[in-house]
Design a protein around this ligand. Structure first.
Ligand SMILES: C[S@@+](CC[C@H](N)C(=O)[O-])C[C@H]1O[C@@H](n2cnc3c(N)ncnc32)[C@H](O)[C@@H]1O
Length: 273
């Protein structure tokens, strides 16, 4: 007795899981940013890493006389108030640019009704490092204007100083898009303008609480140098050790950056395009 009618068909190739597509910035819904969980995980108390970032950034702002910067930027502000507090010492107008509706609502509420009590230790630290800050945190935040928008809305050359904390590497999985975000950040300041930034080092896409996965692009110091060295002068990058008091985001610590956009302060703003 025979079974079948011919030779066996070749075995199918071993099945591979489909390659997951790279998630770009527009693939995440930034309006759904989980403000309460993000604050609970990162900013409801002063973590050692916050102290490190605040020390680093305060040293930059201390170099400027009070009110000597006409207009500064906080790119992708999220619900984080401490970069805005620090800028309050030196800047006459701070644009907190943020695309997410929930973050914008939170920021506006903080400015209109006064900051949550949990921000007070952050403010006390900022003020201890920069005595130009007023006694009252709400007063320091008075120059802040919340602007709904993304890095794509930036007008080149508009700002004297631009600050960006945990944004370019935390909003896309695409290294090309990371570079483009950093490029827009650099071009947002006038020639001679100051850049101040913090990055998560080595962080892959991440969750906040039990929410969805947000796209991120793991970067190290060499990646930052490759992006910023050709576009800036006076580039300085320092590393902060991984903070074990934060949730496990898969990072290896923070990278803190200062630089300037090349050109003299008197040069006309760079052409757009
Ligand atoms: C990881 S959070 C960092 C928030 C805040 N800067 C901080 O220090 O905690 C990333 C932020 O970038 C914002 N963002 C996402 N895409 C952006 C874009 N294309 N341009 C500017 N900001 C963006 C998000 O809405 C979010 O507030």
């Amino acid at each position: 007795m025979t079974h079948g009618t011919g030779p066996r068909p070749p075995a199918p190739p071993p099945s591979r899981p489909p390659a997951s597509p790279v998630r770009r910035n527009r693939d995440a819904d930034w309006n759904l940013w989980p403000v309460a969980d993000y604050l609970a995980e990162n900013y409801r108390r002063l973590h050692p890493c916050d102290i490190g970032v605040i020390r680093h950034h305060a040293a930059v702002y201390r170099r400027y006389a009070p009110g000597s910067l006409a207009r500064t930027l906080e790119l992708g502000a999220g619900p984080n108030l401490y970069p805005l507090m620090l800028a309050g010492a030196a800047s006459r107008r701070i644009d907190a640019l943020e695309p997410g509706a929930a973050n914008v609502r939170y920021l506006r509420r903080q400015l209109d009704h006064g900051p949550d009590a949990s921000w007070e230790p952050f403010y006390q630290l900022c003020r201890s490092l920069d005595p130009a800050l007023p006694a009252d945190c709400a007063e320091a935040l008075r120059p802040v204007h919340v602007v709904r928008g993304t890095a794509a809305d930036l007008v080149p050359g508009r700002y004297d100083l631009a600050s960006m904390n945990f944004v370019a590497e935390s909003v896309t999985e695409d290294p090309g898009e990371f570079t483009a975000l950093c490029e827009a950040f650099v071009r947002a300041v006038r020639p001679g303008g100051r850049l101040l930034a913090a990055f998560m080092a080595g962080m892959p896409s991440y969750r906040i609480g039990a929410g969805p996965v947000w796209p991120a692009c793991p970067v190290d110091e060499a990646d930052l140098r490759a992006v910023f060295a050709p576009r800036t002068t006076g580039l300085r990058i320092v590393r902060l050790a991984k903070d074990p008091t934060l949730p496990e985001y898969g990072d290896t610590g923070f990278l803190l950056l200062t630089a300037e956009r090349p050109g003299s302060p008197d040069s006309p703003p760079a052409p757009q395009g």
